[in-house]
Design a protein around this ligand. Structure first.
Ligand SMILES: Nc1ncnc2c1ncn2[C@@H]1O[C@H](COP(=O)(O)OP(=O)(O)OP(=O)(O)O)[C@@H](O)[C@H]1O
Ligand SMILES: [Mg+2]
Length: 1079
């Protein structure tokens, strides 16, 4: 349910001054102070918002606050600027009423901030979307640009707006912003050339010098040092809390967002720089012979740079500073300027240049933010204009500003009264005339076309002849003497002749907000706002892109001899336009007040506030508002708020709200003259009545609160009790269960222990019994076995005594043998004849059997081995066997031959074509063919011969030719002699008398001696007609060489000559063969 609130809730003081009781200036200010002390900076006077400047940031401008005030009735929440902004925006959007928000107050009271708050609120609550957001952003970003060029630090405000601003924001039918139009009023251009003590020039000068890059400054021919520029006041160049460099960046960014092109920004900065340069141009006097004083530029460097920036010719400008051309009726008169006039011209140019640049900026921004011309737009105007100003010395500017404020006050009174009256008519309430001060008379004093002060000033300015401020004052004294609000010492009325507070050169006007003394000095000059034509023409000639727009009057083609309109005239005109504009709109007022002069938070200076309250006419405002009825409220919220005061309307009123309020009022016996019933609202005449209702409501609320509290507490306690009870039952149930569970577990474990003990005891008892029983049974069995044994032995003794030992012995032996053989079977060695292993004997008594079995097994194994031989292999082995029989242990060479197989044909005689002839000469199969050395009988040297053995003969042939050298039939061989040593020498001895024996025996040596001899032996043995070949093995044997017998002796020689066997003929009878011991 939405909570209905009201302005009247939690009020600090009173939120609406209309309700102030008693109403007096003191109570008014006390209420403001009270609220200010509690950070309530906003207070209403009906629909007018009074805003106190807090001089610090308060947390009341957050997005949450925006949401809080969005779509709420004006009086629903505590006073806030957002409430006013919301009201204005909603009636613009929903009721199609154009709005204007008029923000007034003195300098530093917070007008500009208030205008920004209103704009930001409207931006936050209106529609969204890419295009809309862009428009919003451009509208909001126009502020920093205008503030940089139009605001300055003054003694009253560090960011004082030195121009008036009115901005029309245009919306479509949905309430989405489309664009805007800004109007500016009277920029305080005198500030460009001179600033009062403690104040600064416009922000942009300082921002440019602090924030621009070195490069930019170089392009603009500027120096970062403020002190180099005459137009910049130095004593307050730096402002606390103001970061000029950062602000410069913000301004550039804002210009970009608003839509300024880069070259436009550059042009603007060039003009700003030119103004600074202009201030540095100085003049010196120069006397001419005709007695006239002339001026010359002192140092032309600044002039040169300025001309470069503006793109003008230096000589043109120099001339414009030295001469003045006056044109009248086709005549041109040229006069020289003295130093003072030259300075005047320079400053006038600077002021005009800057103020026209400012106006150009406004026009340029308007170009960017203007809405597309469509059907009717809804418009919300925001006016941030300078407030009423009373200084010690007031001049033309204050006069103008105060005139503007007079006009605003007039429109305020008019519109407020009109609104009040309209509401009464709307609601059908009788209109009672309200007395108030109408300041139209003061406006008339100033703006009257015939004899108004401004008209007279213009008249003076346009009048030929000598015109001074004094002549102007004289004129005023004559014409306005009788005016009630005009005071002057020299006026025709003698009233002020002795008034010493009124100097002779001044006049005083009684404004609606107080008396202001104006010094007449400078009025004429400022009103004329003269810029010599030579200067405007020089400017027009400049090459700079903006100059032609800024100085259109300098166009020589359009020389206008008519004087330009005066400043006063222009201002009056624009104020008139503004007023007409405002009158078509529904006004909303924000009256800004500053609490102190020190720009400090928490200080509330009564006198200062009182002064502002007076000149803002706030008391007047309250009185007007209260003249009829002090308070009004729609029936529904009124009934909603007070229905608890009457039993018939509480808690629900079923009928129409108006009847409910009537019943309520009747029930409360409120006097009939205290209220009136309008069509939709009830009007309450006195705040007293409202406070009576509020007080009754407060009491009632207290009672209701007590009742609600009582019921709530009862309900709460009961619920709490029931909850506790329910919880207690649950807890108890759980606890009991838990306790029982534990008890059960304990009993269970105790039972188990008891049971186990009992069972153990029973089991042990049983075991004991069973053991006893078993022992008894065993005893019985044993006894009976013994008994039976005895019986059986006794019976069978006679059978056992004979053969028992022998049988057991045989049986045992049998078992042992059986085990032995079976064991042997599994541990048999391998079948290899050379395997020497044999299982160890298990029993000593089997020793003989064991070795016999080994022998038998070996023989059987050999037999088995032999039975696998082929015939060839058998023959080979037979030969090997025969060799062993012949040579084993007899000749040392034998051992090395055992492992060499007997190949027989070492020359492959049948295959080798070299021996084909030799082979074919053999009539038998060659059993052995080898190369041997035939030892020369004469010197013991060897000659290689082929040795062939066939079944019948031994053949020696030449190794190279294969020619048979000797063929010895085997029967002719009687014996073969070999040594015991490891040499290969052998002598074939021939039968004496045989044909072969003619040349004697053969002494040969061969590497295969053992094989040759064995084969010879075998062949000899098998040959049928030959006798057994003797093999003689000794280290000395005789060999028959032809007729001689030579003894061949083998000796052990030292290993030399490459370990070979050497044979030497020692003498006729001795051939010595030395065999190395290692061979
Ligand atoms: N609502 C606010 N919250 C916080 N500070 C504020 C508020 N309103 C004003 N101020 C402070 O007061 C200073 C002056 O306010 P502002 O510039 O709006 O005055 P002004 O009425 O526009 O003065 P001028 O007529 O000289 O332009 C601001 O710079 C700011 O410091
Ligand atoms: Mg301002």
């Amino acid at each position: 349910m939405e909570v209905k609130t009201s302005l009247l809730d939690n009020m600090i003081g009173v939120g609406d001054m209309v309700l102030l009781e008693p109403l007096s200036e003191d109570s008014f200010i006390a209420n403001l102070r009270n609220r200010f002390d509690h950070n309530e900076i906003y207070t209403y006077i009906g629909s007018v918002v009074i805003s106190m400047n807090p001089y610090r940031s308060l947390p009341i401008f957050t997005p949450e606050k925006v949401e809080e005030y969005r779509n709420r009735n004006f009086y629903e929440l505590s006073p806030h600027i957002y409430a006013l902004a919301d009201e204005a925006y909603r009636s613009l959007r929903d009721q199609d009423k154009d709005q204007c928000i008029l923000i007034t107050g003195e300098s530093g009271a917070g007008k500009t901030e208030a205008s920004k708050l209103v704009m930001s609120y409207v931006a936050a609550v209106c529609g969204k979307g890419q295009e809309v957001n862009k428009v919003k952003e451009q509208l909001l970003q126009s502020n920093p640009v205008l503030e940089a060029f139009g605001n300055a630090k003054t003694v009253r405000n560090d960011n004082s707006s030195r121009f008036g601003k009115y901005m029309d924001i245009e919306f479509d039918f949905k309430g989405d912003p489309l664009g805007g139009v800004i109007s500016n009023y009277l920029l305080e251009k005198s500030r460009v050339v001179k600033q009062p003590r403690g104040e600064r020039n416009f922000h942009i000068f300082y921002q440019l010098l602090s924030g621009a890059s070195d490069d930019t400054l170089k392009k603009l021919k500027l120096d970062r040092d403020f002190s180099k520029y005459n137009y910049l006041s130095l004593d307050s160049a730096a402002v606390n809390g103001l970061d000029d460099a950062a602000n410069f960046r913000t301004v550039r960014n804002a210009m970009q967002i608003v839509g300024f092109m880069e070259d436009e920004v550059q042009s603007v900065l060039e003009l700003v720089a030119a103004v600074l340069k202009l201030g540095n141009i100085e003049f010196k006097p120069e006397s001419r012979c005709n007695g006239n004083d002339e001026s010359r530029i002192r140092d032309k460097n600044d002039l040169k740079e300025m001309c470069e920036l503006l793109g003008t010719e230096q000589t043109v400008l120099e001339r414009a500073f030295s001469y003045r051309t006056v044109e009248a009726k086709q005549e041109k008169v040229c006069t020289t300027l003295n130093v003072a006039q030259a300075y005047y011209a320079r400053d006038a140019l600077a002021k005009n240049l800057y103020s026209r640049l400012f106006s150009w900026l406004v026009t340029r921004i308007n170009e960017s933010i203007k809405a597309a011309p469509k059907s009717r737009h809804k418009v919300m105007g925001v006016l941030d204009i300078y407030g009423f100003e009373i200084f010690e010395e007031n001049s033309f500017e204050q006069f103008i500003i105060n005139y503007c404020n007079e006009k605003l006050q007039q429109i305020f009174i008019e519109l407020t009264l009109r609104e009040e009256q309209e509401e009464y008519v709307r609601e059908g309430i009788e209109w009672t005339n309200i007395e108030y001060f109408n300041n139209a008379i003061i406006c008339d004093l100033i703006e009257n076309h015939q004899n108004g002060i401004l008209a007279m000033l213009d008249e003076e300015c346009l009048r030929p002849g000598t015109v001074t401020d004094e002549t102007f004052l004289d004129k005023l004294n004559t014409i306005c003497a009788e005016h009630l609000h005009f005071e002057s010492r020299l006026s025709k009325s003698s009233k002020f002749l002795t008034d010493h507070s009124l100097p002779h050169n001044c006049f005083r006007i009684q404004h609606y907000a107080g008396k202001v003394l104006y010094r007449a000095e400078g009025f004429v000059d400022k009103n004329n706002d003269l810029l010599y034509r030579d200067l405007s023409q020089a400017m027009y000639k400049a090459n700079h892109s903006l100059m032609k727009q800024l100085f259109p009057e300098g166009n020589p083609a359009k020389v206008n001899l008519k004087r330009p309109p005066t400043a006063g005239f222009q201002f009056r005109h624009s104020v008139g336009t503004l007023m007409r504009n405002l009158q078509t709109k529904n006004p909303n007022y924000i009256r800004c007040i500053k609490p102190n002069d020190k720009k400090a938070s928490h200080i509330f200076t009564d006198s200062l506030v009182c002064h502002q309250v007076r000149y803002l006419g706030l008391m007047e405002n309250v009185r007007v508002r209260r003249a009829g009825y002090a308070f009004r409220q729609a029936y529904e919220p009124c009934l909603e708020r007070y229905k608890m005061l009457c039993k018939r309307t509480w808690p629900h009123w079923r009928g129409p709200a108006r009847e409910g309020v009537e019943v309520l009022m009747a029930d409360l016996t409120v006097p009939a003259e205290e209220f009136s019933f309008g069509r939709s609202k009830v009007f309450i005449r006195n705040p007293r009545t409202l406070f009576f209702l509020e007080e009754r409501r407060r009491q009632c609320l207290q009672d209701l609160a007590t009742l609600i509290q009582k019921i709530y507490r009862g309900w709460k306690c009961r619920s709490h009790f029931l909850l506790l009870k329910k919880s207690q039952i649950v807890v108890a149930a759980w606890y009991r269960r838990y306790a029982q569970q534990n008890k059960y577990k304990r009993i269970k474990s105790a039972t188990t222990v008891v049971q186990s003990y009992t069972r153990g005891w029973q089991a042990r008892k049983l075991l004991r019994e069973l053991k006893y029983q078993k022992r008894c049974e065993e005893a019985v069995t044993t006894i009976s076995a013994y008994w039976h044994g005895t019986q059986v032995r006794r019976e069978y003794r006679k059978f056992f005594r004979a053969n028992a030992g022998k049988k057991i012995y045989n049986f045992t032996i049998q078992r042992i043998m059986q085990k032995y053989f079976l064991g042997l079977k599994s541990t048999m060695p391998s079948m290899s004849p050379i395997d020497k292993s044999w299982p160890v004997k298990p029993y000593l008594f089997l020793d003989g059997v064991h070795s016999e079995l080994r022998r038998i097994f070996h023989l059987w194994r050999c037999k088995k081995y032999r039975s696998e031989f082929t015939e060839e292999k058998k023959a080979v082995f037979e030969e090997k066997l025969e060799a062993s029989e012949i040579f084993k242990d007899k000749k040392a060479l034998y051992a090395s031959s055992v492992s060499q197989p007997f190949m027989g044909d070492y020359l492959e005689i049948s295959k080798n074509p070299k021996y084909q002839k030799l082979n074919s000469a053999m009539d038998e199969k060659v059993l052995l063919a080898d190369v041997v050395n035939k030892i020369n009988r004469a010197n013991g040297k060897g000659t290689a011969r082929i040795f062939l053995l066939t079944k019948n003969s031994v053949v020696l042939a030449d190794q190279k030719t294969g020619q048979v050298k000797a063929s010895v039939p085997l029967p002719d061989l009687t014996s073969v002699s070999v040594s015991t040593q490891s040499d290969g020498f052998f002598a074939l001895k021939l039968k004496e008398g045989s044909a072969s024996a003619i040349k004697g025996d053969f002494l040969l040596s061969s590497e295969h001696l053992i094989e040759i001899i064995t084969k010879l032996h075998r062949t000899g043995a098998t040959a049928a007609d030959s006798e057994q070949l003797n093999i003689d093995i000794s280290d000395e044997f005789l060999v028959q060489f032809k007729h001689d017998k030579v003894c061949v002796k083998f000796i052990q020689g030292a290993p030399k000559n490459g370990n070979s066997v050497s044979c030497k003929r020692k003498n006729n009878r001795l051939l010595e063969v030395s065999v190395p011991s290692t061979v």
